[in-house]
Design a protein around this ligand. Sequence first.
Ligand SMILES: NC(=O)c1ccc[n+]([C@@H]2O[C@H](COP(=O)([O-])OP(=O)(O)OC[C@H]3O[C@@H](n4cnc5c(N)ncnc54)[C@H](OP(=O)(O)O)[C@@H]3O)[C@@H](O)[C@H]2O)c1
Length: 324
Amino acid sequence: MGRPPLEQAVVVVTGASSGIGRAASLRFARRGSRLVLMARGGEALEEVRSECERMGAPAVASRGDVRSEDDVERVAAEAERRFGRIDVWVNNAGTMAYGEFWEIPSDIFRTVVETNLFGQVHGARAAIARFRRQDGGGVLINMSSVWGRITTPEVSPYVVSKQAVRAFSECLRHDLEGKPGIDVVTIIPQAVDTPIFEHAANVTGGSLRPIPPMYDVGTVAEGIEKCAESPNREVNYGRAGRALELLYALAPKLYCRVAPSMFLRGTFEDQPAERQDGNVLHTTGPYREDGGWKAHGKPRLRRAVLAAGAGALGALVGRKSFRG
Ligand SMILES: NC(=O)c1ccc[n+]([C@@H]2O[C@H](COP(=O)([O-])OP(=O)(O)OC[C@H]3O[C@@H](n4cnc5c(N)ncnc54)[C@H](OP(=O)(O)O)[C@@H]3O)[C@@H](O)[C@H]2O)c1
């Protein structure tokens, strides 16, 4: 037996209760895949599980923290026990923290890296062990980010984790060379309209907005579904990351003058915001697919584009940056 079609495949999705993971889980359910859904918060996960079952897809909700290797292994074992194998593992669970490095508490920094990087290391270990011993292998899908390509101020733990995820994925491909049947995909999106910006820890004192252009959550979920069927090495959403990466390679001094200022102006709104730990240490809602930015935040997003442009221009003509 080769790799089964998605209609018969067993798919594990981490971070399945919100945003991209939630949207991807429902897409797999629509195809009839058998699903194992993982996140820390039980109620929201149960909601997604019932929705999958309503679509006719057998689904298991398995609560756990991706930072715990035991939790991840337990979820993989549950998938095998229930469905006999694992064909696709989506390493999607992730979290963010905004603030200058020295302002971000140590436990928040560590947890973001542990969740985003070690969560995926644990997922890869559990999935690849099964892929290697079963007929048909399997597909491992790792979520990186545009920050897997570029660096900016005030998101250091996230950037560190997402660059590491991209490197980890590449290392896995090297190690799997000559072992046919196992594919590793890295998804690299720019901003996606999900609740992650509400969930993020924020110690900056200012309220946040994602920098447009922003992708619909459905577009990235569709990409995950496509990669599960026809795996690609890296899938990018948005060109800004690549363009800025090229700018950094060719003219690092220019990059450092323009990009940080563009990012700061585009991200921070004028309104103050209370410090928050968000969902980094403990789960917290809202749990939904959509962040509501495109539907309700158009003027704010327009202001973000204008501010980012002004920041870049200001930096070029030597004006002081937003936080400078
Ligand atoms: N949205 C974007 O702009 C964007 C862009 C590029 C890449 N990404 C990446 O895409 C992935 C999904 O992001 P999203 O925007 O969909 O975020 P989201 O809406 O905040 O959803 C995050 C999901 O991860 C789960 N999660 C968080 N920490 C966890 C942990 N320790 N153990 C298990 N589950 C955990 C959350 O549930 P619980 O809190 O209940 O555990 C939730 O289901 C992340 O890896 C993110 O870095 C997002």
